[in-house]
Design a protein around this ligand. Structure first.
Ligand code: COA
Length: 523
């Protein structure tokens, strides 16, 4: 336990005794405070570990690194489950130490990604709402130890999470033992932000009683028997900053096409000026699209989303957003300082929920969400690949995009029309991997334009997508492909032997473009 510490958010200095009183309110647990190295001794080779952390927010930060240290000198391999991706190089460090044998349900770390693509780490890429349902029903390996970051432990031994809830509640409830990392850089003002609700067992489960994005239905902390808490580690490491880039010309165009589309929906009476609750996926494009609402005519917006990024707080500050429900808050470093130094300003308009609730199909369908997720590539019929580069190599994972897209009121997928300086077209004849089928995709939008696919048959969808979303020279190439395919007939026409010719050409020549590819091949 440090003698005295200064909070990065409040600037106040706390003594060790104050820390204990405020942060470990059940006195009998104070004797469980130990070092990360000591806590890591609870982990044994072959165990399944459930760690807090969701898109770099609220992750366990020091015990995982102590596990990695041990793995350098002894045989120690774990299966790791989290909410989603981690920060603080936790995935990287565990991978480099050879400690990671299995990982689920999401990651976005380049080192781990490379190990997954070499076949060294078995990665289960899963809808984020489903992991704890499978754990609860013992369809997958049980959690041995949960490692959960917290701002404090209450008088009854309940754990108050930090900047994410993710799967932390069910991990702590289902694990045999729980290690808590109390993070002194996280303000105690976060208490009250979380809404912990655990669905009952099926098949006689009651409905999740969320009728509005702001409904609170659970408790503010994770209740577990306190004797399960076997170790408490005090940490002072901040969440890693988000890696999103600011909006650029293309992402601003994508946002503008969407805003114009929504204006038309309002004009035609299908939406009101407050639209429907919004969900936005991870990454630069989704964040930029949400930022586009700042200069829009829409008012009293709400979010029922998964990750709350910088744009959420920009929309609050612009007076556009009334309420945001999510599972984590993941911000750039500057925005993080602005938000967490003033969390009181936002707190009554925010809820953080378990990801099985933020991503719950029943709630998404009931609330009627407008969901905005990102594609790596889309095909001419509207199937979406969000995860696999050239059909084989994992990028990040499906995350929550499937939970949302399948159940949305209106499912939007955004992508830039080209990648890698135009050498890749994001719209291709046939996607090399399908995460979202054409049945779950209402709108595709690129910087070129927007294709409204509602009510259209495959041949009509193809015309719309090629006409509105594709950059030259790929537009003409796709029209040529479609014309040849239509000569062969079918409900969803294809020239099967050419369907992946673009990807093959990219692999062989470094570009999907016929002209440049030929030139490069000749040269
Ligand atoms: N083929 C190969 N690479 C492609 C590509 C394609 N068709 N399209 C994009 N890329 C590359 C980009 O060049 C970029 O590479 P870089 O990091 O080397 O520069 C990278 O993919 C990211 O693309 P970018 O255009 O910057 O988009 P992004 O940051 O918004 O991320 C996804 C896009 C699809 C990778 C990301 O949104 C994702 O992982 N989504 C799946 C999970 C999800 O949707 N979760 C949301 C639920 S809340």
């Amino acid at each position: 336990m440090p003698e005295a510490t200064q909070s990065q958010h409040t600037g106040l200095t706390q003594t060790a005794r104050e820390i204990q009183e405020q942060r470990i309110r059940l006195p009998e647990l104070r004797k469980r405070v130990c070092s990360a190295e000591h806590a890591a001794l609870w982990i044994e080779d072959g165990m399944t570990i459930g760690m807090s952390g969701f898109t770099r927010a609220g992750d366990a930060k020091v015990v995982p690194l102590a596990i990695a240290e041990r793995a350098k000198t002894e045989h120690l391999k774990i299966s790791l489950m989290t909410g989603a991706s981690l920060g603080n190089d936790v995935d990287k460090t565990l991978t480099e130490a050879g400690a990671m044998s299995r990982r689920m349900p999401f990651q976005s770390d380049p080192t781990l990604r490379a190990a997954i693509n070499r076949g060294e780490v078995m990665y289960v890429d899963q809808h984020l709402s489903e992991t704890v349902e499978q754990l609860r029903t013992r369809q997958i390996n049980a959690i041995d130890v949960a490692i959960i970051e917290a701002i404090a432990i209450t008088e009854t031994g309940a754990i108050i999470p930090t900047t994410s809830v993710g799967n932390s509640a069910s991990f702590a409830i289902l694990a045999d033992q729980v290690i808590v990392e109390i993070n002194l850089t996280q303000s105690l003002e976060l208490e009250g932000l979380h809404d912990i609700f655990i669905p009952k067992h099926r098949p006689r489960r009651e409905p999740v009683p969320i009728m509005s994005v702001s409904d609170r239905i659970g408790s503010t902390a994770i209740s577990i028997p306190p004797e399960k808490i076997v170790a408490i580690v005090i940490t002072q490491k901040s969440d890693s900053a988000s890696t999103i880039l600011p909006p650029d010309h293309d992402t601003a165009k994508i946002a503008s096409h969407l805003v114009n589309f929504f204006k038309d929906e309002v004009r035609d009476g299908r939406l009101t000026n407050s639209l429907m609750p919004l969900q936005a996926g991870i990454g630069t494009i989704a964040n930029a699209v949400m930022s586009g609402f700042i200069d829009s005519p829409f008012e009293h917006l709400t979010m029922y989303s998964e990750v709350l990024q910088d744009s959420t707080f920009d929309l609050f500050d612009a007076g556009k957003l009334d309420f945001a429900s999510g599972s984590s808050i993941t911000l750039s470093s500057q925005k993080s300082r602005e938000v967490f130094n003033n969390i009181g300003k936002y707190k009554d308009r925010l809820i953080l929920r378990p990801q099985e609730i933020s991503n719950h199909p029943e709630v998404i369908r009931r609330l009627g969400l407008i969901t905005i997720n990102t594609a790596l590539e889309a095909d001419i019929y509207g199937n979406i690949n969000s995860t696999h580069v050239l059909g084989t190599h994992m990028m990040n994972g499906i995350g929550g995009s499937g939970d949302f897209a399948r159940n949305a009121y209106l499912s939007v997928f955004a992508t830039k029309s080209i990648a890698k300086d135009g050498k890749i077209s994001s719209i291709v004849p046939m996607v090399t991997h399908v995460d979202h089928t054409e049945h779950d995709v209402d709108i595709i939008v690129t910087e070129i334009g927007l294709a409204d696919l509602r009510g259209l048959a495959p041949r009509e969808r193809a015309q719309k997508i090629i006409q509105h979303c594709v950059a030259e020279p790929y537009k003409q190439m796709l029209f040529d492909y479609l014309a040849e395919a239509e000569l062969r007939g079918g409900h969803t026409p294809h020239v099967l032997e050419k369907a992946y010719a673009w990807h093959t050409r990219y692999r062989e020549t470094g570009t999907m473009s016929e002209v440049a590819g030929t030139l490069k091949a000749v040269a």
